[in-house]
Design a protein around this ligand. Structure first.
Ligand code: BF8
Length: 664
C-alpha cells in the first residue's frame, strides 16, 4: 500500500524495504499517531500555566477569558513568528559570513558576484564609487545586519515593491520596522493578557511575515548570491538513483550554503579523492536533501536525492557514509536510524544539535579545513559499508532561474526586461503565473499535490515558479525539464520553445521565495498589468506544507497581494471568524487572501477562477486555449520531417494547416 503514501517509486520501494527491516519512518509514525484534533485546528491555548485550555464548544473561553478567535489568531501568529525567525536568522548568518569574509576572518569565502554586490549596495544605500570590493562588502554586511536590529522607520527592501504596494502597507499599518522587532512583538503581543483582538493580532502577523519576505529572506538570497554566485540555468539530476554504488556517498541536508559550498569544495579536492581511492572507493559522490540541496543544485548542479520525506529513506539505502546537517527540517529520527546503518550523522550548527549525532562545530575562519575533516570522516567510513539498496530512479532537470536570469532570458543582455512576459500575459498566451512552494507532509500523499497542481497549472497555460521541496518534487516527475513543454498548454508551450525554458522554473530554496516577490514586483512595475502585485493574474500555493516557515511564506505572499492556497488542514479551523478574516478580511485590507484547501482539484479550480477574475479586472482578453499554439517548433519539425521523407515542402499548405489549428 506504499503507493497510497507516495507517488515517488524510489520512496515507495524504500518504504517496502523499511517494512521488511522493521524500520519505522515518518510515514509509519503518521499512520500510528493521529493528529490531536484540538491542536490541529487551533483550539488549544498553552500560553500560560492556567491551561492548556481547550476551546471546543460554542462559546467556550479559556481560564483568562480568551475566545476561540483570540486563541486561533495567537497560535497562527506564533507560527508566523517562528517561521520568520527561522528564515531571518538564516539571513543574519549569511550577513555575518559576508562580514567575516570582508574582514578577512573567513578566507575561504569570496565575493563571486560583484555585480550583485553593487546592486545590493545601491539598494542598501552603501556608497560604491572608487571603493574596494571588500570595503563595499563590509558595509553591505553591516547595513544588512542593521535591518535586523532596526527599531523605527521601515525595512529598506520595501522599496523593491511597487509603489502602490508600499502605500497599501503604510495605509494598513503593516510596513515592517525591523526584522527582529516584528518577531519579538508577536511573542509579546500573544503573551497572556496582552492583545486580545484577533484582527490586530493577525494584522501584526502580516507585518512580521513581511519582515521575513521583504527582509530576512530577501537579504539572505541576495547575500548568498553575492558570496556563491547568482544562479544561471544548468542541467542536473534528481532522485535516489544519484547515490553511488562504488563511491563514498556524502549527503548534505539542511539549509545554509555556507556549509554545503565548503563540503563541495572539499569533495573536489584531488587529495580527498585520492584518499577515497585508498579506502577502496572509486571517488566521492556528493548529493543533497531539502533546501541546502536546492542551494548547491541551483549554483553547481549538485544532484538532489530527495525532499523532506526522503531523508530517512535515503539512509535506509545503506549507501550513505556520512550525512552532514546544519539547520531546519532535519528529523530527530535520523540519529537512531543512523545507528542501524553504518551512516555517520554529523551536526554542525550551534543552532541545531541532535542527541546521538556527532557534533563538529563549523567555524568559518577554518571552513575548508573543517569541511575536509568532515569529508575524511565519511571516507574513513566507506570500508564499513554493507549491503546497499539504491533505487534506480533518476530524472533530469534544468535549475538555476534567478530573477536576473529570467530578465535576461526574456530579452538578452541588450534589452533584458520582463516586457515579453507581461506581453504574453496581456495577449493571453499565458493565462497567468503561479508560485508553487513548500514542504512534504507525512499526513498527505507524498508529492501528489505538488505534481498534480503543477501539471494542471501548466496545462492551463499558467507559468509556474517553484522553490523548496515542491521544486524537488516537480523535478522528480520531469516537470522541470524543457521536454515538459509537451505537457503545457499551447501558449505556454510556444513561449517555452521560443525562449528555451521549461514551463516550470526552479527559483531556489525556501528562503528564495523572496525571488518570487521580486519577479512579481518587476511584473507589476513593467506596465500593462496594473500597478500592484495584487493586480496580477497570479496565485501562490503551498500544497503539502507542514513547517512554520511555510506559514510565514504564505502570509508574506498574502501581505504582498497574492491569493495563496495552502493544502492540508487549516490551523485556524476552530474559528470560522478567523478563517474568514485571513481570507476576506485580509483581501479587503491588503489585497491578498489566504485559504486552506486540501483537495488539489478544488485548489486548481479556485486558482484559475482567481486568475481569470484578475484578467477581467485588468481589461485583458478572456483566456482562450485555442487561440495560440500555431507557431513554435512543431512547424519547423514538420518541415524537417517532410524534407527528410523527400516530400515537397509547400509553405502555403503549411499556412493552411496554421489556419486549421495546430495538428499536434
Ligand atoms: O525550507 S520546503 S520541508 S526543506 S520548510 Fe523544510 Fe518545507 Fe522542505 Fe526547506 Ni522549506
Amino acid at each position: 500500500m506504499t503507493e497510497n503514501k507516495t507517488i515517488d517509486p524510489a520512496v515507495a520501494s524504500l518504504l517496502e524495504l523499511s517494512k521488511t527491516k522493521g524500520i519505522s519512518t515518518a510515514f509509519d509514525r503518521a499512520e500510528a499517531m493521529k493528529p490531536c484534533p484540538i491542536g490541529a485546528k487551533g483550539a488549544c491555548c498553552k500560553n500560560c500555566a492556567m491551561g492548556p485550555c481547550r476551546l471546543v464548544k460554542e462559546g467556550d473561553r479559556g481560564i483568562c477569558g480568551a475566545t476561540k478567535e483570540t486563541v486561533a489568531a495567537r497560535n497562527f501568529a506564533r507560527m508566523v513568528a517562528a517561521g520568520a525567525a527561522a528564515h531571518s536568522d538564516h539571513g543574519r548568518d549569511m550577513a555575518l559570513t559576508l562580514l567575516a569574509a570582508a574582514e578577512g576572518e573567513a578566507p575561504d569565502y569570496k565575493i563571486r558576484d560583484v555585480n550583485k554586490l553593487l546592486e545590493v549596495a545601491e539598494l542598501l544605500e552603501v556608497p560604491t564609487k572608487g571603493r574596494e570590493t571588500m570595503e563595499i562588502a563590509r558595509d553591505v554586511a553591516e547595513a544588512a545586519l542593521d535591518q535586523f536590529g532596526q527599531q523605527k522607520g521601515e525595512i529598506i527592501y520595501l522599496k523593491r515593491a511597487p509603489k502602490k504596494r508600499q502605500e497599501v502597507w503604510r495605509r494598513a499599518g503593516v510596513a515592517p520596522r525591523g526584522i527582529d522587532r516584528e518577531v519579538v512583538e508577536i511573542m509579546h503581543r500573544t503573551h497572556v493578557g496582552n492583545d486580545q483582538w484577533y484582527e490586530s493580532i493577525l494584522m501584526s502577523a502580516l507585518r512580521t511575515a513581511l519582515s521575513d519576505g521583504w527582509g530576512g529572506s530577501m537579504l539572505s538570497t541576495d547575500i548568498t548570491d553575492i558570496l556563491f554566485g547568482s544562479p544561471v540555468p544548468l542541467t542536473a539530476k534528481v532522485n535516489m538513483g544519484m547515490l553511488s554504488e562504488d563511491e563514498v556517498n556524502i549527503v548534505v541536508h539542511g539549509h545554509e550554503p555556507v556549509l554545503s559550498e565548503m563540503i563541495l569544495a572539499a569533495v573536489n579536492d584531488p587529495e580527498m579523492i585520492e584518499y577515497a581511492k585508498s579506502k577502496g572507493a572509486k571517488g566521492i559522490n556528493l548529493t543533497g536533501i531539502c533546501c541546502t540541496a536546492n542551494e548547491t543544485l541551483m549554483r553547481q548542479g549538485v544532484p538532489t536525492i530527495g525532499n523532506f520525506l526522503s531523508q530517512e529513506l535515503a539512509m535506509v539505502t545503506g549507501a550513505i557514509e556520512l550525512m552532514i546537517v546544519d539547520i531546519q527540517c532535519i528529523m530527530q529520527a535520523l540519529a537512531p536510524l543512523a545507528d542501524k546503518f553504518h551512516t555517520k550523522l554529523i551536526t554542525t550548527s550551534p543552532h541545531a544539535y541532535i542527541e546521538g549525532a556527532e557534533h563538529v562545530d563549523f567555524d568559518e575562519s577554518r571552513a575548508l579545513e573543517i569541511a575536509k575533516e568532515i569529508v575524511k570522516m565519511g571516507i574513513d567510513n566507506f570500508p564499513n559499508r554493507k549491503e546497499t539498496h539504491i533505487p534506480k530512479e533518476i530524472n533530469h532537470l534544468v535549475a538555476g532561474f534567478s530573477h536576473e536570469y529570467i530578465n535576461y532570458a526574456l530579452g538578452g543582455f541588450y534589452r533584458g526586461s520582463f516586457r515579453p512576459l507581461n506581453d504574453a500575459v496581456i495577449q493571453g498566451r499565458l493565462r497567468g503565473v503561479a508560485g508553487v512552494v513548500g514542504c512534504n507532509n507525512a499526513r498527505t500523499r507524498h508529492d501528489y499535490s505538488h505534481e498534480y497542481i503543477t501539471r494542471k497549472l501548466i496545462e492551463n497555460d499558467v507559468l509556474v515558479v517553484m522553490t523548496g521541496c515542491g521544486a524537488i518534487a516537480a523535478a522528480k516527475y520531469g516537470l522541470l525539464s524543457p521536454e515538459a513543454a509537451k505537457y503545457a498548454g499551447p501558449g505556454l508551450r510556444e513561449i517555452c520553445e521560443t525562449v528555451g525554458i521549461p514551463p516550470v522554473l526552479h527559483v531556489g530554496s525556501c528562503v528564495d521565495n523572496a525571488r518570487i516577490l521580486t519577479i512579481l514586483s518587476q511584473m507589476a512595475t513593467e506596465g500593462g498589468l496594473g500597478e500592484d502585485i495584487a493586480d496580477l493574474p497570479a496565485v501562490g500555493f503551498a500544497p503539502e506544507w507542514m513547517s512554520e516557515k511555510a506559514i510565514s511564506i504564505a502570509t508574506y505572499f498574502v501581505g504582498s497581494g497574492l491569493y495563496t492556497i495552502m493544502g492540508s488542514k487549516s490551523p485556524v479551523a476552530n474559528s470560522p471568524t478567523v478563517e474568514r478574516f485571513i481570507s476576506e478580511g485580509w483581501e479587503e485590507r491588503i489585497g491578498g487572501k489566504l485559504e486552506f484547501i486540501a483537495d488539489p482539484e478544488e485548489a486548481v479550480r479556485k486558482a484559475l477562477e482567481h486568475i481569470d477574475k484578475k484578467r477581467a479586472a485588468l481589461g485583458l482578453a478572456e483566456y482562450d486555449p485555442t487561440r495560440f499554439g500555431q507557431s513554435g517548433d512543431w512547424l519547423m519539425r514538420q518541415f524537417i520531417e517532410a524534407m527528410e521523407a523527400g516530400k515537397p515542402v509547400n509553405v502555403y499548405s503549411a499556412k493552411s494547416v496554421l489556419c486549421e489549428g495546430n495538428p499536434r
